[in-house]
Design a protein around this ligand. Sequence first.
Ligand code: G
Ligand code: G
Ligand code: MN
Ligand code: NA
Length: 253
Amino acid sequence: LKLETELRSALENNELSLNYQPQVQVGSRAIIASEALLRWHNKNLGQVSPGDFIPVAERTNLIIPIGNWVLEEAIRQNQKWQQLTNEPLGVAVNLSPVQFKKSDLPKIIKELLEKYQMPAELLEVEITEGILVENMVGTGSQLEQIKALGVKVAIDDFGTGYSSLKYLQNLNFDKLKIDREFIKDYPENDSGSIAKTILNLAAQLELHVIAEGVETHEQFLFLKENNCHEIQGYYFSKPLSVKDFEILITEQN
Ligand code: G
Ligand code: G
Ligand code: MN
Ligand code: NA
């Protein structure tokens, strides 16, 4: 309850911020994008993890204004970085199923892209498998509208949600994110068989693949050998503040 009360004023008190975790091309090791990850620092509660406050934000619908703030902040920041480096840089934003409850998400995204003059293909939205199963029709048409803008759609935590593969057939996605679950035990307790299966599936469907939670060189090499396109994880970098991410991309360019 305390958390809910504090969360209600988090936006107006400027308590939210975004960290950015690099997404790296496997072949070139270049940072081609980042994932925007929400952070909340409250004066009474201290640092609260998204795992704790996002469920509360979803239950109270606060995720709608918060999610809109995340979209605007990520797009604004990303455009600033592109002006700084003169290089194309993507940004991935997590969307909650609750943000699809209202039908204005495509319009909000369209207006933000226009406001900040951001090429649509540099924005990626990450959704989980659950979104698609819960409300196939309403979400599907909003996703189609978002895709029609030119925005990329990635399926987050792939392989951990509902086990139906049918949605892969029904909706056009751009990318699968292999969940950390299928990477983290390689090679100690896992031969990488599920990760390989996902990579094969994605190749058949002509989808792009990013692996998350990559922590070791061994995992990186395994993914490279199996034609994974991108990686994200502590092996390359943890999520960074705006300032630290900026240092990385200016060094690279
Ligand atoms: O950054 P961290 O690993 O603590 O994130 C934990 C979880 O919170 C992840 O599953 C991530 O998808 C989720 N998350 C982080 N930022 C956002 C956000 O802006 N919106 C939503 N809906 N979820 C987020
Ligand atoms: O579910 P989602 O992919 O949105 O969540 C990303 C979360 O994973 C972030 O909270 C981020 O801090 C965490 N994360 C990113 N890379 C690694 C990693 O290499 N190892 C671990 N343990 N967590 C990671
Ligand atoms: Mn994500
Ligand atoms: Na994930």
